[in-house]
Design a protein around this ligand. Structure first.
Ligand code: SF4
Length: 261
C-alpha cells in the first residue's frame, strides 16, 4: 500500500503553465483571453451532478496525451480561438443555467483560469472544474472534479516517443491533486477504467490521496453505449464491492460521442 503523499513514483512537479493573452485594453475592460475549443449548453453526464443543465467551457490545450482521449481537438490537435473572460462571462449569463463546467483539454493550464472562475462565481454561478489534477493552480471553484490518469492511459512509446515520456512523467502528481482538493469547496475524484488491470492502481491512488470512498466515482472507458454497457457488467459490481460510486458516462448514452455534448 502507498502511504499518503509519500510514494515517490507519484511526486512529479507540475509542468510549466501556458498563458492566455492579456491584450491591455486602455478602456479598462478586461480583455484577457483564453484559447477556447468550444462552448455549449448540455446536461452534465458524469459524477455527482449528473443530469444538471450546465454551460460548458472547453479550453484548448493539454499537458497530457491519453491514447483514448475523446476530445482530441483540445489535446492532440488543439483547435480554437482566443476568447476574452468578459465574453465568456456574458455567454454564461446568456446560457440561462446556474452551473458552469470548465473543462478541457486541461483547463488549469492557462494562468487565466483563476480569473475566469472568479468572474463566473462573482455573478452567482456554480463552477465545476474538470481536470486531470496535474497543474498546481491556485483556483477557487464549487466542485473540483479530478480525473487522475492511470499508467494504461499512456500513448504508445513507438508511435509517440516524446508524449509517451512526458505523459508518464506528468500524469500522477499526488501532492498537486491533494492541494487542489484542499483548496476546493467540494470535490470528487473520477477514474476512467479501461481494463481490470487498472484496478490495483485505482486502489493505490485513492489510498495515496486519502479520500473517503463516497468521493470516488468509477467510470468505464468507452465511446459507444455498447462499450459502456459491456464494461459495466464487471466494473459496477467491483465498484459496489469496494464501496465506491459507479458512474456511467450518460452523455454518450444521451447524445453519442459528439462535440457540443
Ligand atoms: S487529460 Fe483529458 S483532455 Fe488531456 S489527453 Fe487525457 S483525456 Fe484528453
Amino acid at each position: 500500500m502507498i502511504s499518503p503523499l509519500r510514494n515517490s513514483k507519484f511526486l512529479h512537479g507540475s509542468p510549466p503553465s501556458t498563458r492566455g493573452t492579456p491584450t491591455g485594453d486602455p478602456t479598462g475592460t478586461s480583455t484577457t483571453t483564453l484559447r477556447i475549443a468550444e462552448t455549449f449548453v448540455s446536461r452534465q453526464g458524469e459524477g455527482s451532478l449528473t443530469g444538471t443543465d450546465s454551460f460548458f467551457i472547453r479550453t484548448s490545450g493539454c499537458n497530457l496525451r491519453c491514447w483514448f482521449c475523446d476530445t482530441p481537438y483540445a489535446s492532440w490537435r488543439p483547435e480554437g480561438a482566443p476568447q476574452s473572460i468578459d465574453s465568456l462571462q456574458k455567454a454564461a449569463i446568456d446560457a440561462k443555467v446556474e452551473h458552469v463546467v470548465l473543462t478541457g483539454g486541461e483547463p488549469l493550464l492557462p494562468l487565466e483560469s483563476s480569473t475566469l472562475t472568479e468572474a463566473l462565481r462573482s455573478i452567482g454561478l456554480h463552477v465545476t472544474i474538470e481536470t486531470a489534477g496535474t497543474v498546481d493552480r491556485d483556483v477557487q471553484c464549487d466542485l473540483m472534479s479530478i480525473s487522475p490518469k492511470f499508467r494504461s492511459s499512456t500513448p504508445d512509446r513507438t508511435k509517440h516517443p516524446r508524449w509517451h515520456e512526458l505523459h508518464q512523467k506528468r500524469r500522477m502528481p499526488i501532492d498537486t491533486m491533494r492541494r487542489l482538493i484542499d483548496r476546493s469547496d467540494d470535490y470528487q475524484v473520477k477514474f476512467v477504467v479501461d481494463a481490470p488491470t487498472d484496478l490495483e492502481e485505482l486502489l493505490e491512488v485513492t489510498s495515496a490521496l486519502a479520500v473517503p470512498k463516497e468521493k470516488v466515482w468509477v467510470m468505464p472507458q468507452g465511446i459507444t453505449p455498447e462499450e459502456l454497457d459491456k464494461a459495466s457488467m464487471w466494473l459496477s459490481e467491483w465498484t459496489d464491492s469496494q464501496g465506491f460510486r459507479y458512474c456511467d458516462r450518460m452523455h454518450i448514452h444521451w447524445y453519442g460521442n459528439r462535440r457540443g455534448t
